[in-house]
Design a protein around this ligand. Structure first.
Ligand code: PAF
Length: 283
C-alpha cells in the first residue's frame, strides 16, 4: 500500500507532530526538488534512527541577489511522494514567514574562515545563511542525528565545525555523493541543464576521476590539480571557477594526506560543484 508521510507547514503543527514521535530522531534538511541523492540521505538517517524528519524549504538567506532563489525548482507534491517511498515519517515544509516570522534575523552566525574560501569567494554570504537556517531547524526539530551530503563538502565541513564549536549536541553524519550511471553528481540544479549541457557537465566528474587516478599513481598535490584542470580545460563549454585540493576540515590547500579534490564550473548559466575524497601520498 502506498505510504504518505505526514506533512506539516507551521511551527505549531511541527511541535505537535514531533510530540507523537518517540525514540531516536534523525533530520534531513533539503530545499526540495528531491532526487536519489536526497533520498539516500533519508535512507542513511533511517538506518541510524527510529524516525526521520525531512525539511523542504528554499532558504532565502543563503541566496545572494541575482542568484537562482526565484527559479529554484519547487516540487513539493512530487517530493512528498518520493519521501513516502523511503519511509520518511514527517515532512516540514514551512513558508518563509514561518521560518523567519520576525523578518531578517538580527543575531546571525559567523561561519568562520572555512566559509571564506572556494564557494565562499564566489558566494560570500552563502554559508552564513546556511548556518542560520540549519541552526534554526536543529533548534526546532532537536534531532539526535542530522545527515548532510558529501556533495556539498564545504557546507558539511562548516556545519560540523559549527556543531562542534557551539556544542550543539547533534551528531552530523556525511553521506556519500550519488551519481548517475554516467558519473554526473546528482543535483537539483541539473534540472536547469539542456541535453547538450548535461553531457558537457560530465567534464566535472571526468576531471575528478583524472585527479583520483593521478593520486593513486602517487602524483604530487600540484600534479593532481594540474591533471584535473587539464581535463576541465578540454570542455570549451565549461567556465571554470576553481579546482582545489584541500583539507577536509579547513578547506585550505594541502600537500599530502587526506584531501578533498573540489571543482566548480558554470555550464551555460548553471553553476555546478563536485568533489571527491582522496589521499595524497607524494612527499
Ligand atoms: O544543502 C542544501 O540543500 C541546503 O544548503 C540546506 C542544508 C538544506 C540548508 O538550506
Amino acid at each position: 500500500m502506498k505510504y504518505t508521510p505526514q506533512v506539516v507547514y507551521t511551527r505549531e503543527e511541527l511541535r505537535e507532530a514531533l510530540a507523537q514521535l518517540s525514540g531516536k530522531r534523525g533530520l534531513v534538511m533539503t530545499m526540495g526538488a528531491l532526487h536519489a541523492g536526497h533520498l539516500s540521505l533519508v535512507k542513511y538517517a533511517r538506518e541510524r534512527c527510529d524516525h526521520v524528519v525531512v525539511t523542504v524549504f528554499v532558504n532565502p538567506t543563503q541566496f545572494a541577489p541575482g542568484e537562482d532563489f526565484d527559479a529554484y525548482p519547487r516540487t513539493l507534491e512530487a517530493d512528498v511522494e518520493a519521501l513516502g517511498r523511503v519511509q520518511a515519517d514527517l515532512v516540514f515544509a514551512p513558508s518563509t514567514e514561518q521560518m523567519y516570522p520576525h523578518g531578517d534575523a538580527r543575531v546571525t552566525i559567523d561561519p568562520g574562515p572555512t566559509a571564506q574560501v572556494l564557494e565562499g569567494e564566489t558566494r560570500p554570504t552563502h554559508f552564513a545563511g546556511v548556518c542560520l537556517v540549519v541552526n534554526k531547524v536543529l533548534n526546532m526539530v532537536r534531532p539526535e542525528v542530522a545527515v548532510f551530503g558529501q556533495k556539498d563538502a564545504q557546507q558539511l565541513a562548516i556545519i560540523r565545525q559549527m556543531v562542534r564549536d557551539l556544542d550543539m549536541g547533534v551528531e552530523i553524519v556525511g553521506a556519500p555523493i550519488v551519481r548517475d550511471s554516467d558519473g554526473l553528481a546528482l543535483s537539483s540544479r541539473n534540472a536547469y541543464l539542456s541535453a547538450a549541457q548535461r553531457s558537457q557537465a560530465l567534464v566535472l566528474s571526468r576531471a575528478l576521476e583524472a585527479g583520483r587516478t593521478a593520486a593513486s599513481a602517487g602524483a604530487s598535490a600540484a600534479d593532481i590539480v594540474t591533471r584535473t584542470r587539464t581535463v576541465m580545460a578540454s570542455e570549451p563549454a565549461a567556465d571554470l571557477d576553481y579546482v582545489a585540493l584541500v583539507d577536509p576540515v579547513t578547506f585550505l590547500p594541502i600537500k599530502r594526506g587526506e584531501g578533498v579534490l573540489a571543482v566548480a564550473a558554470k555550464i551555460g548559466s548553471t553553476r555546478l560543484i563536485d568533489n571527491t575524497l582522496l589521499e595524497v601520498s607524494d612527499d
